[in-house]
Write a protein that binds this ligand. Structure first.
Ligand code: XMP
Length: 524
């Protein structure tokens, strides 16, 4: 366990899909917390950690089943405030002398309940200060079983049509229990409950991203020891922040491989390598394999074939360079929490889903490498905050996402060097326009695609026969859905004029106004 001075909160994880969201809500309140699977938590662990409060998470099991998960009984005699959520509520009731029953599927008075519900108040409770709006509050329910008899000392403070014990508490012992999930988005004011809980438990709110950085550095040192680490640096925010953090922890034991497939944007390789190697003193191998990639892509126009070629070559190239690094035992990856969210398993931790291009999926087993994933508890915006904390420049941290296959999927049809050169120039002018108009940070992703079509134009007295390009700009929260960005006609006209004047090879500019769905963000 990390040795630290700030207040600690222990989350006992009973396997809910959303336990990490509790941790996130607490980090937003500057509260340090650790999630421990219930199997690992005994009275000694709690005494050693000395948490100022404990949260019991939700979970998929039924407390009515023999052998189902429990909290250590001793927890309830330690004088520590406890908040139970969903399964955590039922565990508390069962262990403290109440009753839980299996859910019926329909009908009132304590049945299974999935989805939105409204809770109405019953009396005053400090946990609920400032919470109830106009007499009721929306919450997210997801439970089969329900509490049918409260444990001694508990009283009801909120009910919903199907959960007569939606909010309960034993205020003498500072035990609180809710049937719903305050950590999810669908409980709009859920964060307020966590805020009230940590306030009544006496947290100072003294934990910051700076503290997270220190602890993450210590964890990496503990894990890696004196062994070497390799990292596929893409220049994207995730791999960049992971590399910077690991470098801070183990210095030159980290070597980054920047695979340059020749499908990067204008000056991108120089900027990334320059920043990490020259500015931040990381050991970076610039693997310039343009010839290899463009050679194998020659004549290929099918989107999936292009992606597969790039994915395969990426792994080959990374392995080739990694093999040259002596004593590498660890592979660093910028895996984020949304990548791991799939399941929080009962076997003691989350199972990983690896995205196909981002990383070197499959390599760890093939090369006998262990993984270092220092960002796997964080969400994207937290990674950005950590990046700032580590001194990465703002313009770098705020960069739009860029796909692993790079410009290959912005060049529909056959890829040629000439088309890539034209695309790089057009894209640079477009992004420059967006930055100059102060729009960059409002847009999730903006880029130019070069179309596999040439059109006739007239410039001066001459006829032109050049490529058309499409501008794309979308707003999005997570890239899963997107809306096209509503540029003004003035902006679009000015940008088209600049591209045609400044980029030889393009004589027509279009703006893509497709949302996702039905379109995708990229053109391929
Ligand atoms: P689509 O085009 O599927 O893109 O709407 C959604 C988001 O994912 C990015 N993207 C990729 N990122 N490897 C990546 O690392 C890929 O193969 C890939 N394909 C799409 C895309 O840029 C957008 O942000």
């Amino acid at each position: 366990m990390t040795d630290q001075i700030h207040d600690r909160l222990l989350i006992i994880d009973f396997g809910s899909q959303v336990t990490q969201l509790i941790a996130r809500r607490l980090r937003e309140l500057d509260v340090y917390c650790e999630i421990h699977p219930y199997q690992n938590v005994d009275a000694d662990l709690i005494r050693d950690m000395a948490p100022k409060a404990v949260i019991l998470s939700g979970g998929p099991d039924s407390v009515t089943r023999d052998g189902s998960p429990r909290a250590p009984d001793a927890l309830f005699d330690m004088g520590i405030p406890v908040l139970g959520i969903c399964y955590g509520q039922q565990v508390m009731m069962q262990q403290l002398g109440g009753l839980v029953e299996g859910g019926k599927i329909s009908g009132g008075g304590g049945t299974a309940e999935f989805g939105r519900a409204f809770v109405t108040p019953e009396g005053q409770l400090n946990l609920l200060d400032g919470w109830f709006g106009d007499g009721k509050e929306q919450v997210w329910m997801s439970h089969g079983d329900h509490v049918s008899k409260l444990a001694p000392g508990f009283e009801v403070y909120g009910t919903s049509p199907n959960a007569p014990y939606a909010i309960t508490a034993d205020t003498t012992r500072n035990f609180y229990a809710v049937q719903f999930h305050p950590e999810v988005h669908h409980t709009p004011k859920g964060a307020k409950l966590y805020e009230n809980f940590v306030r009544l438990a006496g947290f100072a709110g003294d934990w910051t991203m700076g503290a997270y950085r220190e602890e993450a550095v210590q964890r990496i040192r503990d894990q890696v020891g004196n062994k070497n680490v390799i990292c596929a640096l893409s220049g994207g925010v995730d791999s960049s922040v992971a590399a910077a953090l690991i470098h801070e922890a183990v210095g030159d034991q980290l070597t980054c491989v920047f695979v340059d497939h020749g499908l990067l944007r204008k000056n991108e390789a120089e900027e990334v390598v320059g920043m990490f190697r020259d500015h931040m003193n990381l050991q970076v191998i610039h693997a310039d394999e343009t010839e290899l990639f463009l050679g194998e892509l020659e004549g290929q126009s099918d989107p999936e074939t292009k992606r597969k070629i790039i994915g395969r070559l990426f792994i080959d190239v990374f392995q080739k360079y990694a093999d040259q690094i002596e004593g590498a035992e660890f592979l660093a990856q910028g895996t984020l929490y949304p990548d791991v969210i799939e399941s929080v398993s009962f076997s003691g931790g989350p199972s990983v889903t690896i995205k196909s291009h981002h990383n070197v999926g499959g390599l760890p087993e093939k090369m006998g490498l262990k993984l270092v994933e220092p960002l796997r508890e964080l969400f994207k915006d937290e990674v950005r905050a950590l990046g700032r904390e580590l001194g990465l420049p703002d313009h770098f941290i705020g960069r739009h996402p860029f796909p692993g296959p790079g410009l290959a999927i912005r060049c529909p049809g056959e890829i040629t060097r000439a088309k890539l050169d034209i695309l790089r120039e057009a894209d640079a002018v477009y992004i420059d326009q967006i930055r100059k108009h102060g729009l960059y940070d409002e847009i999730w992703q903006a880029f130019c695609a070069i179309l596999p079509v040439r059109t006739v134009g007239v410039m001066g007295d001459g006829r032109t026969y050049d490529y058309a390009c499409a501008l794309r700009a979308v707003t999005s929260v997570d890239g899963m859905t997107a809306d096209y960005y509503p540029f003004t006609h003035e902006f679009l006209g000015e940008t088209a004029t600049r591209i045609i004047n400044e980029v030889p090879g393009i004589n027509r500019v279009t703006y893509d106004i497709t949302s996702k769905p039905p379109g995708t963000i990229e053109w391929e």
